[in-house]
Design a binder for this molecule. Structure first.
Ligand code: 26W
Length: 810
C-alpha cells in the first residue's frame, strides 16, 4: 500500500471533502469525514483487490469457501485502516483536523449480520485468512435488516428493526454481472435418454435472482484482499414491452410477488442456539447455497482447465454449522442434472469437497426440517436427500450389522423429518468441533454412532479470535505497551506474546499494565456515565459478563450472587469489601421468555442496588443495552474479571473468554469449552475455576440424583434469594419473577444454578482477596496475556488450512 504521511492524508481528506461533498473542513460533519476517509481507504484497497483476484485466476491455487448464514463483521473503517497500515496516521490526521477519531468511526453502522459466537467466528476467520495470504472467501446473505437493536425500557428488552443500509454502505460493491437464478417449488419431470440414463426437467418453478454484493477483506499489511460475497434476493425483471405494467390489473399481484422475493434476504433470524422450522429460513438457506455453489462452479470452470470430476483439487467448502448443509445436495443436483454425472461420480466429487463444523450440542439447536416442507419447496433437492439417505441406510444394514438397531438415529430422514447434522456428516470428508472438550463430547456422546462409522472424519479445531481487532485495534494502549516491552514481532506472530512471561514479576513494568487497564476502565466508566447516568468507581473490580442471554450461560447465577452480596451489605452495612462493578451485556431471542425475564431481573436489581444509600458505592450493577461488536470493543479492554460460567458441557467453546484473556482479564469459569484450554496454559493459579465438571453434569442428566429443592431447604442464602424473587422484593408487583422461581424449584433447576452457587461464591471470595494483592493480580493478568497467542484465529485458520483444507499461502 502507498505510505501516506499525516500531511498528505490531511490534504487528501480536504481535497475529497470539496470534490465529493462540496464542503470545507469547518462545515464538515463527522459523517462527511467518515465517507471521505472510507473512500480514501477504498482507493487504497482497490488495486490490491484487483491484483489478488487476478492472482487467484491463474488457476494454480486451491481455494477455500466459507459458507455461513452469519457474518458478524461489525464496523470496518478502523480495521481496514489498521490492516492497510494507516490507522495511526489516520487518527493523527483526524485529530489535527479537529475531529475525534472515535466520533468518525462510530458514524459507521455496526454491521450485525449475525447473532453471536458463530457469526463473529466467521468474521475473525476471514480476517485471518487474508492476513495469512490464504485464498479464502466468505459467502453469506446481505440481510436488509441485521440483528435487532435492543432498548431497555422499564427494565424490559424491546426490539427495534436494524435497518443498517439506511445510509450507503461504503464497503460494498454490487456485482450484477455475477447474478444467478435460484429456483423454488415446481415439479420435477424425468425422462429416459437413449443411453438409458435419466434426464430431469424442472417445470413451473418460482425463479428468484441472487445478486452479489462484494465486501473487501483486507489482510494485515500484506497486499492481500479477499472477498466476502453477500447475496441479495431480487425479482427477475421481464420486459413486457408496453411499459404499461403499472396500469395492469396484475400490478398489485406483482408488488406482492416482489415483496415475497425480497423477503428472502429481508432479515436475519434472531435465534441463537434455538431452532424453529420456518419456511422462510429454509428458503434463505437454499438461496445462500444455490447461489454460492453456482458461483463457485462458474469460477472453477473459468480459472481451471480441468474437468469437474477434479473439483476437489481446487475447491474446498467449509459449512458453518448445518445451516448451509443443503450445499451438499445442491452440488449433487448440478453435477447430475446439468453436468451429466452419474450418481456415484457426483457423490465421489461432493464428499471430497465439503467439510462441516459443528458449533453446539444443545438438542434444541439441532436443525430438522419437515419432509413435507422440503419436498414442496425444494422438490429436486428432496429427491436427492432421499436417495442419499436410502444408500446410506442400505450401507449400514449390509456393512455394519452392529448398528442395525440404531438406523433410525442415524438416518438422514427419519420420522418425517430431514436431519441436517446427519446430512452434513454423511456428505462431508471432515467433521470438526470447536474446542477439545466439545469434539470429545461429539465423538463419545452426541455423534457416537457416526464416530464408529467414520472415525477418520472427526477432528478438533479450537476456536480463535483475531488479535488485530481484539487487541491492536480495540486496545491500542495495551498493544503499544506490549510492543515497548517485547518488540513488534508479536503482531505477525501472536504466540510471541509468551515473551511477556519474563516480565510478569517486574513490578515497575507490571505497574504500567495496571495503568493501561486503569485508563481503559476510566474510558468505560465515562461511557457508562454518559449512557446511564451512573457513576462507577474506576478502582472497583470490573466484573464482566457479555454474551447472548441463554439459560445455559447462566447470567442467572451471576445475578443471584449479586443479590446475595447486596443482602450481605444490608445485614452488615459496615462490611469491608472490595468495591465491584458487575457489567452485563446480552440480547435475548425475542421469543425466549425466560431469557427476557433474566434481563428484567438484572435491570431490576440494578435499579435497587445502584441507588441504595446503604450500599455506598461498593456495589454497582450495569446493564449496557444493545450489546454488539463495537460495544464489545469498548468493554473488553476494561475488564478485570471475565465471567465464563456456563453449565459444564454446554458451551461448545466460547470466544469472549479468549478476547478478555488477551486483554488481561482473569477468567472466572467452569471447566467448559475453551476455558479448559485456557486452564491448560495458565493453570489454577492464574484463573478461578469452580463448579461441576462436564462428566458430573452428564452423570446427573443420565442418572438423576440432583434435587434443587434440597439446596433451597438447606442453604439460607439460596432460600433468601429465591424467596425475594417469589415475594416481589425485587420489583413492584408480587408476581414478577415467579417464572424464574418456578423454573428452578419445579423444573429442578435444569442448568444447576443452585448446585454451583456455593462454589461460585467461594471463587468470588478468592477474587476479592486476590485483587487486594496488586502484584499477584498484575502478575496473573500479564501471564494471561502472555499465553493468549494460542487463541489467535491465525493459529486456528492455519490448522484448518493444513489439516482440513490442504490449501497453501499465495
Ligand atoms: C438454527 C438456530 C441456530 C442458530 C445459531 C442454532 C445454532 C446456532 C449457533 C450454532 C449458535 C452459536 O453461535 N454457537 C456458538 O458458536 C461459537 C463459535 O464456535 C462457540 O464459541 C459457542 O460456544 C457456541 O455457543
Amino acid at each position: 500500500m502507498t505510505q501516506l504521511t499525516v500531511d498528505t492524508l490531511k490534504q487528501e481528506i480536504l481535497r475529497k471533502l470539496i470534490s465529493d461533498k462540496g464542503r470545507e473542513v469547518k462545515e464538515a460533519t463527522s459523517k462527511d469525514i467518515y465517507y471521505v476517509l472510507a473512500s480514501i481507504v477504498n482507493e487504497e484497497i482497490k488495486q490490491q483487490w484487483f491484483q489478488t483476484r487476478k492472482n487467484y485466476r491463474d488457476g494454480k491455487n486451491k481455494e477455500v469457501y466459507y459458507l455461513s448464514m452469519e457474518f458478524l463483521i461489525g464496523r470496518m473503517l478502523a480495521s481496514n485502516l489498521l490492516n492497510c497500515g494507516m490507522l495511526d496516521t489516520a487518527k493523527e490526521a483526524l485529530r489535527e483536523l479537529g475531529f475525534e477519531p472515535e466520533d468518525i468511526f462510530s458514524e459507521e453502522h455496526d454491521a450485525a449480520l449475525g447473532n453471536g459466537g458463530l457469526g463473529r467466528l466467521a468474521a475473525c476467520f476471514l480476517d485471518s485468512l487474508a492476513s495469512l495470504n490464504f485464498p479464502g472467501h466468505g459467502y453469506g446473505i446481505r440481510y436488509r435488516y441485521g440483528l435487532f437493536e435492543q432498548r431497555i425500557i422499564h427494565g424490559n428488552q424491546v426490539e427495534l428493526p436494524d435497518y443498517w443500509l439506511k445510509n450507503p454502505y461504503p464497503w460494498e460493491t454490487r456485482n450484477e454481472e455475477e447474478a444467478v437464478v435460484i429456483q423454488f417449488h415446481g415439479d420435477v419431470h424425468m425422462f429416459k435418454k437413449n443411453d438409458g440414463s435419466l434426464e430431469f426437467e424442472y417445470r413451473n418453478t418460482d425463479k428468484v435472482m441472487a445478486v452479489p454484493y462484494d465486501i473487501p477483506i483486507v489482510g494485515y499489511e500484506n497486499d492481500t484482499v479477499n472477498t466476502l460475497r453477500l447475496w441479495s434476493a431480487e425479482v427477475i425483471h421481464q420486459n413486457n414491452g408496453d411499459g404499461l405494467l403499472e396500469a395492469s390489473k396484475e400490478y398489485y399481484h406483482d408488488l406482492d410477488h416482489q415483496h415475497s422475493i425480497e423477503q428472502i434476504s429481508g432479515f436475519l433470524y434472531p435465534d441463537d442456539s434455538s431452532y424453529e422450522g420456518k419456511e422462510l429460513r429454509l428458503k434463505q438457506q437454499y438461496f445462500l447455497v444455490s447461489s454460492s455453489i453456482q458461483n463457485i462452479l462458474k469460477h472453477f470452470k473459468q480459472n481451471h482447465h480441468l474437468p469437474l470430476s477434479r473439483l476437489a483439487e481446487k475447491v474446498v467448502i467449509q459449512i458453518n454449522d448445518t445451516h448451509p448443509s443443503l450445499a451438499i445436495p445442491e452440488l449433487m443436483r448440478i453435477l447430475m442434472d446439468d453436468e451429466g454425472f452419474s450418481w456415484d461420480n457426483a457423490w465421489a466429487v461432493t464428499t471430497n469437497v465439503f467439510a462441516y463444523t459443528n458449533h453446539t450440542t444443545l438438542s434444541e439447536a439441532l436443525e430438522t426440517w419437515s419432509e413435507e416442507m422440503m419436498q414442496n419447496l425444494l422438490p429436486r433437492i428432496y429427491m436427492i436427500i432421499d436417495e442419499i439417505n436410502e444408500r446410506f441406510c442400505k450401507g449400514i444394514w449390509f456393512d455394519h450389522e452392529e448398528l442395525r438397531d440404531s438406523i433410525s438415529e442415524l438416518a438422514v430422514i427419519a420420522h418425517g423429518r430431514v436431519h441436517m447434522a446427519r446430512l452434513a456428516i454423511v456428505g462431508s470428508f471432515s467433521v470438526n468441533g470447536v474446542a477439545r472438550i466439545h469434539t470429545e463430547i461429539l465423538k463419545k456422546k452426541e455423534m457416537r454412532n457416526f464416530y464408529t462409522l467414520y472415525p477418520e472424519k472427526f477432528n478438533n479445531k479450537t476456536n480463535g479470535i483475531t488479535h488485530r481487532r481484539w487487541l491492536l485495534q480495540a486496545n491500542p494502549k495495551l498493544a503499544d505497551l506490549i510492543t515497548d516491552v517485547i518488540g513488534p514481532q508479536w503482531v505477525k506472530r501472536p504466540k510471541q506474546l509468551i515473551s511477556l512471561l519474563k516480565y510478569s514479576n517486574d513490578s515497575a513494568l507490571v505497574d504500567k499494565f495496571d495503568q493501561v487497564k486503569h485508563e481503559n476502565k476510566k474510558v468505560l466508566a465515562n461511557y457508562i456515565h454518559q449512557h446511564l447516568g451512573i457513576t462507577v468507581d474506576e478502582r472497583s473490580i470490573f466484573d464482566v459478563q457479555i454474551k447472548r442471554l441463554h439459560e445455559y450461560k447462566r447470567q442467572l447465577l451471576n445475578i443471584f450472587h449479586v443479590i446475595y452480596l447486596y443482602n450481605e451489605l444490608k445485614d452488615n452495612p459496615n462490611q469491608d469489601i472490595t468495591p465491584r462493578t458487575f457489567i452485563f451485556g446480552a440480547k435475548a431471542a425475542p421469543s425466549y421468555h425466560l431469557a427476557k425475564e433474566v434481563i428484567k431481573l438484572i435491570n431490576t436489581v440494578a435499579s435497587i442496588v445502584n441507588y441504595d444509600p446503604d450500599v455506598r458505592d461498593r456495589l454497582k450493577v450495569i446493564f449496557l443495552e444493545n450489546y454488539n461488536v463495537s460495544l464489545a470493543e469498548k468493554i473488553i479492554p476494561a475488564a478485570d474479571i471475565s465471567e465464563q460460567i456456563s453449565t459444564a458441557s454446554k458451551e461448545a467453546s466460547g470466544t469472549g473468554n479468549m478476547k478478555m484473556m488477551m486483554n488481561g482479564a482473569l477468567t472466572l469459569g467452569t471447566m467448559d469449552g475453551a476455558n479448559i484450554e485456557i486452564h491448560d496454559l495458565v493453570g489454577d493459579q492464574n484463573m478461578f475455576i469452580f463448579g461441576l465438571t462436564a462428566d458430573e453434569v452428564l452423570h446427573y442428566y443420565q442418572h438423576g440424583g440432583y434435587h434443587a429443592r434440597d439446596l433451597y431447604n438447606t442453604d439460607d442464602r439460596i432460600k433468601r434469594v429465591l424467596d425475594q424473587l417469589n415475594q416481589g422484593e425485587f420489583g413492584v408487583h408480587n408476581i414478577e419473577f415467579k417464572d424464574i422461581y418456578y423454573n428452578i424449584l419445579y423444573h429442578n433447576d435444569p442448568y444447576f444454578v443452585l448446585k454451583d452457587f456455593e462454589p461460585y461464591l467461594e471463587a468470588h471470595e478468592l477474587i476479592e482477596r486476590a485483587y487486594r494483592n496488586r502484584n499477584t493480580w498484575l502478575n496473573m493478568s500479564v501471564t494471561n496475556i502472555a499465553y493468549s497467542g494460542k487463541f489467535s484465529s491465525d493459529q486456528t485458520v492455519q490448522e484448518y488450512a493444513t489439516e482440513i483444507w490442504k490449501i497453501k499461502k499465495v
